[in-house]
Design a binder for this molecule. Structure first.
Ligand SMILES: [Zn+2]
Length: 280
């Protein structure tokens, strides 16, 4: 069942888990998420970033997911991840995405408020939910996100931001990184609690890959309802297929495609378990 973020985040908060938002780039990775949903009997968000538009078109993403989930009882969101362009957001909504992230985190506060509010007003007309970001994450290894200075989310500004924009959920910067951690993860749950004390909407944690289980669980207790995973889906697939190719360079692509699906699924199931979203 295809839904927007509202029922997914509400259910996650009510039952003390986080819904995983798993990045996809092609048929194999979409298949990985859907098989993980079936195996774990949980809801999930299939997330497609603006930067992967050279891999797939927006309509291809939606049509493939819709075709592959017709028999699925679990709730699935089709989410546009990290998008800086209002024009691309409009196209994603036209194509059938059920939620979008407007990333104005690189802009001055007032400009981030202005573009986010514009997107919220537009998207809500179509029952599409909106995520925004305040503060910014630094870049770890193996990521292809943009490099940025690490700026923790300011709790008072978060309150002002949410009240002014009416955004549905907010990505916060509390020490996770885009990509894999280069050293010991330093995640500030204290900062998350300070933000939650100011404004109580569902929060989103970017940079799930490699974040310790204990930190993830503390984040969930304190308001994180959606956790993004990208890098480790990619790196686990690349590892699996490169091992095969190094042993047998003439491996048929159809074999590698199936290995990619399986490796991606295993990583996603692992994170669903860490997010406590797996149902019995
Ligand atoms: Zn992100």
């Amino acid at each position: 069942m295809i839904v927007n973020l509202n029922p997914l985040l509400k259910e996650a908060r009510d039952h003390h888990y986080a819904v995983g938002a798993f990045n996809v780039y092609n048929y194999e990775t979409i298949h990985s998420v859907i098989e993980a949903i079936k195996e774990s009997n949980t809801s999930a968000i299939i997330s497609f970033g603006e930067k992967y538009l050279s891999n797939m078109e927006l309509k291809e993403v939606v049509n493939l997911i819709r075709t592959m989930t017709t028999e699925l009882d679990q709730k699935v969101g089709i989410h546009l991840d990290h998008c800086k362009s209002f024009d691309v957001i409009k196209k994603a909504i036209d194509a059938g995405f059920t939620s979008v992230m407007i990333d104005g985190s690189h802009l001055p506060f007032e400009e981030n408020v202005a573009i986010t509010k514009e997107v919220v007003d537009y998207a809500h007309q179509f029952n599409v939910t909106v995520e925004a970001e305040l503060g910014s994450l630094s870049l770890g290894s193996h990521s292809n996100e943009d490099d940025a200075e690490e700026i923790y989310t300011d709790p008072m500004k978060a309150r002002e931001f949410v009240l002014q924009t009416n955004v549905d959920c907010l990505a916060v910067s509390i020490g996770t990184v885009h990509g894999l951690y280069k050293g010991e993860p330093q995640v500030s749950v204290e900062r998350l609690i300070e933000i939650k004390d100011q404004i109580d909407i569902p929060f989103v944690l970017h940079g799930g890959s490699g974040t310790p289980l204990k930190t993830i669980q503390e984040c969930i207790i304190n308001g994180i309802a959606k956790i993004n995973v990208n890098t480790e889906i990619s790196s686990s697939i690349v590892k699996a297929i490169s091992e095969t190719v190094s042993k047998k360079p003439d491996t048929h692509f159809s074999v590698l495609s199936n290995q990619a699906k399986e490796a991606g699924k295993k990583t996603i199931v692992k994170y669903m378990e860490m997010f406590n979203s797996v149902k019995q």
